[in-house]
Structure formats: structure tokens, C-alpha cells
Design a protein around this ligand. Structure first.
Ligand code: HEC
Length: 255
């Protein structure tokens, strides 16, 4: 250990440097695949190419767009029911489409205005089986799937995999990067700490985006910070492992 407080790559045995290099190569490849995967899953959700903050918003909180029932009530079925009654049905969808509220408020309206055509075995439905059956809670629910994005259970599963996985990756990356010479010291610390903060903030913002869509900006930027830290650590380490000459005074102070 030199007076500088760390063992630079250049003072490490060749075997050790070979190990670091191979680890970096595979981790770098892995990170590239992770970026491709992220693009593949999320890019273009908003209809535009590339990965945008809107894509992330759609992935986590959904489009929140109208359900088929609401679309029908505003469109082709608008003539079948008074608009204030249609508003009762839409309100029921938006407030969570509970069974109890369905029986109290929605079923009577549907009996009065819809089931003559949309009942279990109406002439209309015999003639055209594509007309949805709206005669029960279960059947109506098929028309009221709100797009609320990724479900929380999937997010919990992906969260724990990411938290463990990323900690391993950035612990290994950071441990290798520790042997690089970066000044000032606080900058080196910052580059090491950043990905850990980013992964934590990233994952917390998945859930927050569900509650409040603008948080997708935080998801987006933490990904950018993480990738920046990874790239800096990777290139600095590879460069200093093989191409960098330690300044004279540092080379002397070693061993
Ligand atoms: C006079 C018969 C009739 C009545 C009454 C009627 N509908 Fe329809 N409904 C249809 C027909 C026909 C279609 C299929 C063709 C279409 O989509 O225009 C349909 C389609 C639908 C669809 C499916 C739209 C889609 O996404 O494919 C929904 C949902 C719907 N109706 C809801 C209702 C509701 C709610 C009411 C009561 C307010 C109602 N309908 C009253 C005849 C009716």
C-alpha cells in the first residue's frame, strides 16, 4: 500500500489485472444487453421510436385511457342512455369498479338501458355474438379493464432482483475502480456512490410513478446517472489497467 492510500492497477500482479479485465469485459457486455433489453421492452410505447420519459410513464402507470365500456358510452352507445346516467357508469369505473357499487348503481341502469340488447340471450346477441354480454358483474368487468401499467407484484419481483443484482455488479465494478487514480478524492467517491443511489431512487420511483406520473422523469434520469457512472468506471479502469503510466512521484511512493 502506497502513501496515496490505494494500490494502483500498475502495481498489481499481471494475473490480478487479467482477472479485472475479463470481469470488466463480461460486465460491460452484460450492461449492453441490459440496455438493449430495456429498449426492447419499453421503447416506442408512445408510438414514437426511441426510449422517452413518456414510454416509462406508460410502462409503470399505464395510459389510464378510457376502458372499452367508457369508450362505447361516449361513442356508439351514447344514444342509448342519458348523459348523466352514463356519467354514473363512468364514475363507477373510475372509482375502482367495486361489486357493491355495481349492484347498487350500475346494474339498475344497465337493466333499463342496455340489457335489452346486451343481455345473456337476446336476439341481438344471437345474431351477432361479438356484442358483449353485460348481464353480470364478471361480464361487465371484461369491458372495464383500465390500463394501469405494470402490476405491483411484478414490480416487487423485479425490484428485489434489481436491488441484489445491481449491488453485486456495482460492488465488483467499484472494487476494481478503486485501483484507478482519480483526483480529487471526492470525485472518485462520487463516481462510486452514484450507481447505488441511482438504483435505489430508480426502484422507488417505479412505485411513485404509479401514484404520480411525473416521477417517470426520476426513473429516466436515474437510469442515465447509473449508465454514466458505469461507463466512467469501465473506461477509466480499462485505460489505467493497460495504457496509463503512473506519474513518477506516485510510482516511487508505492511499495
Ligand atoms: C339497441 C341495442 C343496444 C343497446 C340498447 C345498447 N347496445 Fe351496446 N352495442 C350494441 C351493438 C349492436 C353493439 C356492437 C356494434 C357497435 O359496437 O356499434 C354494441 C356494442 C357495445 C359495446 C362494445 C364496444 C366495443 O368496444 O366493441 C359496449 C361496451 C356496449 N355496447 C355497451 C352498452 C351499454 C353500456 C349500453 C347501455 C347504456 C348499451 N351498450 C346499449 C347494441 C346495443
Amino acid at each position: 500500500m502506497g502513501t496515496s492510500g490505494f494500490d494502483h492497477f500498475q502495481r498489481q500482479p499481471t494475473g490480478c489485472r487479467a482477472l479485472y479485465t475479463m470481469t470488466l469485459l463480461i460486465l460491460g457486455t452484460g450492461y449492453l444487453f441490459a440496455i438493449i433489453q430495456t429498449f426492447h421492452v419499453h421503447a416506442g410505447r408512445d408510438g414514437k421510436p426511441g426510449l422517452s420519459q413518456t414510454d416509462i410513464q406508460l410502462a409503470y402507470s399505464g395510459s389510464q385511457a378510457d376502458t372499452r365500456l367508457e369508450t362505447a358510452l361516449k361513442g356508439p352507445m351514447s344514444g342509448m342512455i342519458k348523459s348523466e346516467d352514463a356519467a354514473v357508469i363512468s364514475g363507477w369505473v373510475r372509482s375502482g369498479a367495486e361489486m357493491k357499487a355495481y349492484q347498487e348503481n350500475v346494474l339498475p341502469l344497465m337493466q333499463a338501458h342496455c340489457l335489452s340488447c346486451h343481455g345473456g340471450d337476446t336476439e341481438m346477441r344471437k345474431a351477432n355474438p361479438h356484442i358483449p354480454n353485460l348481464d353480470s358483474y364478471e361480464n361487465v368487468m371484461k369491458m372495464v379493464k383500465l390500463d394501469t401499467g405494470q402490476d405491483v407484484y411484478t414490480m416487487v419481483r423485479v425490484s428485489h432482483i434489481h436491488l441484489f443484482g445491481m449491488t453485486f455488479i456495482f460492488f465488483i465494478m467499484g472494487t476494481i475502480f478503486l485501483h484507478a487514480q482519480v483526483k480529487p478524492k471526492w470525485l472518485k467517491c462520487l463516481i462510486i456512490i452514484t450507481p447505488f443511489i441511482a438504483i435505489f431512487v430508480d426502484i422507488m420511483s417505479w412505485y411513485l410513478t404509479k401514484l404520480y406520473q411525473p416521477f417517470s422523469w426520476v426513473v429516466y434520469s436515474s437510469g442515465v446517472f447509473m449508465t454514466a457512472a458505469f461507463t466512467i468506471q469501465w473506461f477509466t479502469s480499462i485505460y489505467q489497467l493497460w495504457f496509463y503510466r503512473l506519474p513518477e512521484e506516485m510510482a516511487d511512493s508505492g511499495t
